[in-house]
Design a binder for this molecule. Structure first.
Ligand code: SF4
Ligand code: F3S
Ligand code: FES
Length: 252
């Protein structure tokens, strides 16, 4: 047991405990090409998140520890990582919720090249995102001359997929993506869904043709890892199924 209760807690004080983080390190510049594990002990509080523990390590113990983060509040999507074998946002994961009695493993997300420690190269992920043209398209590039109104029902049709923060937790939890990294991946399909079902958009046919590719939606094996991993609670697998259906029926 590595979580050790500290001094008796005064009434109203937040209890503190010592937690061990077992972090996958990779730094070709100083440690060669082999990844390795390193353990750190951190004094944490019941309200601390995994991101807080990573900060304490970086600021107080080893400044070379490398990870991405920006907003620290579940908005920017930059700190997706594997925590105890599951993709999560470090800023949304409380230490007390991931069994701090045992060492907590922290690894980079899978399927993307690791650059250093917990930082992966996101370019293949964003290349797929760009390919589905995640913006409103008008036929022949004509600029609309008046406001395009939309009913509440039409807006609701793609509401769920507007919540994506492009964290890659879904795509990097998908076993099909792990096999060769060629599959467009659930995040790109979610973002295509957001526009395919938008009544103001006129590029659905183009997007469906792109996703009909051999690396497109048909590679999805409905394993649901993506839905489980999404920190925004998006019904990712359902969105993929809806895109598949639209491809067959051409109704959207
Ligand atoms: Fe992240 Fe969810 Fe968007 Fe996937 S669908 S990139 S898990 S927010
Ligand atoms: Fe992968 Fe999600 Fe399909 S995990 S196989 S994209 S349901
Ligand atoms: Fe922005 Fe976690 S740091 S989502």
């Amino acid at each position: 047991m590595t979580a050790v209760a500290e001094a008796p807690v005064e009434a109203g004080a937040v209890p503190s405990f010592t937690v061990t983080l077992r972090i996958a390190r990779f730094d070709p510049e100083s440690h060669g090409d082999e990844p390795y594990w390193q353990e750190f002990q951190v004094l944490a509080h019941g309200t601390d998140r995994v991101l807080d523990a990573l900060h304490k390590i970086k600021w107080d113990q080893d400044g070379s520890l490398t990870f991405r983060r920006s907003c620290a509040h579940g908005v920017c999507g930059s700190d997706a990582m594997r925590i105890n074998g599951r993709n999560r946002l470090a800023c949304k994961t409380l230490l007390k919720d991931v069994n701090p009695d045992k060492p907590i493993t922290v690894e980079p997300i899978k399927g993307l090249p690791v650059l250093k420690d917990l930082v992966v190269d996101m370019e293949p992920f964003f290349a797929s995102y760009r390919e589905v043209m995640p913006f409103l398209i008008t036929e022949d590039g004509k600029h609309p001359s008046k406001e395009r109104l939309q009913s509440a029902e039409q807006r609701a049709r793609f509401d769920d997929t507007t919540k994506c923060i492009l964290c890659a937790a879904c795509t990097s939890s998908c076993p099909v993506f792990w096999t060769d990294g060629q599959y467009f991946g659930p995040a790109a399909i979610v973002n295509a869904h957001r526009f395919i079902f938008d009544s103001r958009d006129e590029g659905a046919t183009q997007r469906l043709e792109i996703l009909n590719d051999k690396e497109g939606v048909w590679r999805c094996r409905t394993t649901f890892n993506c839905t489980e991993a999404c920190p925004r609670g998006i019904e990712v697998t359902k969105a993929i199924q809806e895109v598949k259906r639209a491809m067959i029926s051409r109704a959207f």
